[in-house]
Design a protein around this ligand. Structure first.
Ligand code: FMN
Length: 348
């Protein structure tokens, strides 16, 4: 439905991957190759999908990955997503390229559930004062964590957007990253040229330490694919890592996240939360992620499609489908709760 209602430029921006889109396709296909070696006769009559995630409760080990420009999918934009996430009692990671302020997003989430959980995604750009200010705003608005995206020293090349000459539509604003004196997205250049100042190709681990020391909030690293990077981040104080290849939008040719996940989980060894995104489309994919060592899985595009197709109700429907599927998948695997899922469920 979303593909039908969205104009081609928006549809392609949301669905595109980098270059030949091989990582984008593999993200989905590789989960499908994992076989669940299910147990039987285990009394699964009393079940829950509830879990603890980054020191807080969640209705299921699933959250909303940060994606840009929700008002391009639906006029209610991030407010609709935040309300649906709060109602479903799952964490939402707000993109720093959102079209609604973090204060308004938090107010929408809290209006549905006072304990709604929101994490703020950040890029560390060249203007460190602006980064610090956004971190402070996120903290003041009641966000529980910062999610530092680390797979973006430069923007990946998404050929659909190049061909379409993608720009942020007139009337939409990337509210957190506007520079005094100029709009961001709809200047004469494409979105990535306009947003070039918001990322920084010179980033190193020292910049992670700087962010860590600039905020009282826990910091999660997003965009990790190697065990050595994960180990380094955790040793420097990352409270969690999200195994991600940015939904195939950065380095085409990067491994699908389900192939990186077990290496990262082994390196982290319980010292921090391990999360994963990329190609999670069904409840069985969540079980597969848990079996490979993740504490939770996050969804990007499915939420955008729900939002485009039906606003808040559409996002709520996507989350409800995932929860029902996860519940049934747990039962069929002989598990009564997410923590029952171990690597023993994967066929040797
Ligand atoms: C349209 C779109 C916009 C995105 N914007 C951001 C962003 O602003 N910050 C970020 O860290 N990741 C961003 N991502 C990556 C997602 O957080 C996530 O890694 C990815 O979408 C997960 O894969 P999936 O879409 O297959 O579920 C974006 C992804 C998409 C599809």
């Amino acid at each position: 439905m979303a593909l039908d209602v969205l104009p081609v430029t928006a549809r392609d921006y949301f669905r595109s991957g980098a270059w030949g889109e091989s990582t984008l396709a593999e993200n989905i296909a590789a989960w499908g190759r994992l076989r669940l070696w299910h147990r039987v006769m285990r009394d699964v009559s009393a079940r829950t999908t509830e879990c603890t995630l980054l020191d807080g409760p969640s209705a299921m080990p699933v959250g909303i990955a940060p994606t840009a420009l929700h008002r391009m999918a639906h006029p209610d934009g991030e407010l609709a997503t935040a309300r649906a996430a709060a109602a479903a009692d799952v964490p939402m990671i707000v993109s720093s390229l959102s079209t609604t302020t973090i204060e308004d997003i938090r107010a929408a989430a809290r209006s549905v559930r006072p304990g709604a959980r929101t994490w703020m995604q950040m890029y560390v750009g060249r203007d460190r004062a602006a980064v610090r200010e956004l971190a402070q705003r996120a903290h003041a608005a009641g966000c529980e964590a910062l999610v530092l995206t680390v797979d973006t020293p430069v923007w990946g090349i998404r050929e659909r957007d190049v061909r379409n000459g993608f720009r942020v539509p007139e009337g939409l604003r990337i509210v957190h990253l506007e520079r005094p004196g100029g709009p961001t997205g709809h200047a004469g250049s494409g979105i990535h040229e306009a947003l070039a100042w918001t990322i920084d190709a010179s980033l190193t681990w020292a910049d992670f330490e700087w962010l860590r020391d600039s905020t009282p909030l826990p910091v999660v690293l997003k965009g990790i694919c190697r065990p050595d990077d994960a180990a380094q981040g955790v040793s420097l104080g990352a409270r969690g890592v999200i195994v991600s290849n940015h939904g195939g939008r950065q380095l085409d040719g990067a491994p699908p996240t389900c192939e990186s996940l077990p290496y990262v989980a082994e390196a982290v060894a319980g010292r921090a939360s391990v999360m994963v995104d990329g190609g999670i489309r069904r409840g069985i994919d969540v079980v597969r992620a848990l079996a490979l060592g993740a504490d939770a899985a996050f969804v990007g595009r499915p939420v955008l499609w729900g939002l485009a197709a039906g606003g808040e109700e559409g996002v709520a429907h996507v989350l409800a489908l995932l929860r029902t599927e996860l519940d049934v998948a747990l039962a069929l695997c002989g598990c009564t709760r997410p923590s029952d899922v171990t690597s023993a469920l994967l066929r040797p």
